[in-house]
Design a protein around this ligand. Structure first.
Ligand SMILES: Nc1ncnc2c1ncn2[C@@H]1O[C@H](COP(=O)(O)OP(=O)(O)OP(=O)(O)O)[C@@H](O)[C@H]1O
Ligand SMILES: [Mg+2]
Length: 230
C-alpha cells in the first residue's frame, strides 16, 4: 500500500478520573463521574450500557473530540488534551479511526469518495485502498452511489470503511453493527478482529448487543458514570 502511514501501533491508552458534565439551561447532567481504565492494547474492548449512560461521550473523549471537565486521557504516556490543537488534530487524523453512531457521511460525495476522504485530507489519493475496503464491507458494487442512495446499514458500512482508510492505531466504534442484520454485523466484526490480529490495532467498541459484546477480549459496562468489568 504505497503512501499509507506506517504507525507503530499504540503502546498504551489510559483514562484516569474522567468527568464530563453537560449543562442544558439550568440543568446539569453529570454523565461521567471519574472513569478510570487502562485499555488492553492490541485487543478489542467492548463497552455496554443503557441509552444515555455516556458511552458516546466517553468514546468522543478518547478520540480527541471532546475535552473532559476533569481527569486525563493518556496515549503512549502523554496527556492527550495537553498536546495543543495541532497535537490533537494529528492524533485524530493519523492515529484514530472513528465510526460514529450517526455516520456523518458527506451527502454530495459518492461511497468511494467518502471512504477515500480522510486520505485526501492527509494529501494522499487512496482510491485503490478505498475500493478494497468497500469490497471488504460488501459494497464493492455501490462505489458510485451517494449516501442518499444507500440504505442505513450500507451507509454504516461506508463509515466503517472510511474509519479504516488511514490505517489507524486505534479504532473507536460507536454501535457499528447497530443497523446491520446479523450476517452483515458478523462480517464487520470479523473484519475488525482480523485487523486486530494482523496489525496490532487496538479497538474500543460500544454496543447494545450482548452477542457483539461477547466477541470482546475485555467486556466493560458504563453505569452511573463509571466504567466497570462486565
Ligand atoms: N452536547 C450535549 N449537551 C447536553 N447534554 C448532552 C450532550 N451530549 C450528550 N448529552 C447528554 O449526556 C448523556 C449521555 O449521552 P451519550 O450520547 O454519551 O449516551 P450513550 O450512552 O451514547 O447513549 P445511546 O446508547 O442512546 O447512544 C445523555 O443524557 C445526553 O442527553
Ligand atoms: Mg451513543
Amino acid at each position: 500500500m504505497s503512501g499509507a502511514p506506517q504507525n507503530a501501533g499504540i503502546a498504551s491508552l489510559e483514562v484516569e478520573g474522567v468527568e464530563r458534565v453537560f449543562r442544558a439551561g439550568a440543568r446539569e447532567v453529570h454523565v461521567l463521574r471519574g472513569v478510570t481504565h487502562r485499555f488492553d492494547v492490541g485487543r478489542l474492548t467492548t463497552i455496554q450500557g443503557a441509552s444515555g449512560s455516556g458511552k458516546s461521550t466517553l468514546l468522543h473523549i478518547i478520540g480527541g473530540l471532546d475535552r473532559p471537565d476533569a481527569g486525563s486521557v493518556r496515549v503512549d504516556g502523554s496527556n492527550l488534551y495537553a498536546t495543543g490543537r495541532d497535537g490533537l488534530a494529528r492524533y485524530r487524523n493519523r492515529r484514530v479511526g472513528m465510526i460514529f453512531q450517526a455516520y456523518h457521511l458527506m451527502p454530495d460525495l459518492t461511497a468511494l469518495e467518502n471512504v477515500a476522504l480522510p486520505g485526501l485530507i492527509g494529501g494522499r489519493v487512496e482510491t485503490g485502498r478505498a475500493r478494497e475496503l468497500l469490497a471488504a464491507v460488501g459494497l464493492g458494487d455501490r462505489a458510485t452511489h451517494l449516501p442518499g442512495e444507500l440504505s442505513g446499514g450500507e451507509q454504516q458500512r461506508v463509515a466503517i470503511a472510511r474509519a479504516l482508510i488511514n490505517e489507524p492505531d486505534l479504532l473507536l466504534a460507536d454501535e457499528p453493527t447497530g443497523n446491520l442484520d446479523s450476517a452483515a454485523g458478523a462480517s464487520v466484526l470479523e473484519l475488525m478482529l482480523d485487523l486486530l490480529s494482523r496489525r496490532g490495532l487496538t479497538a474500543v467498541l460500544v454496543t447494545h448487543d450482548a452477542g457483539v459484546a461477547s466477541k470482546g477480549h475485555r467486556r466493560l459496562r458504563l453505569a452511573d458514570g463509571l466504567l466497570c468489568e462486565e
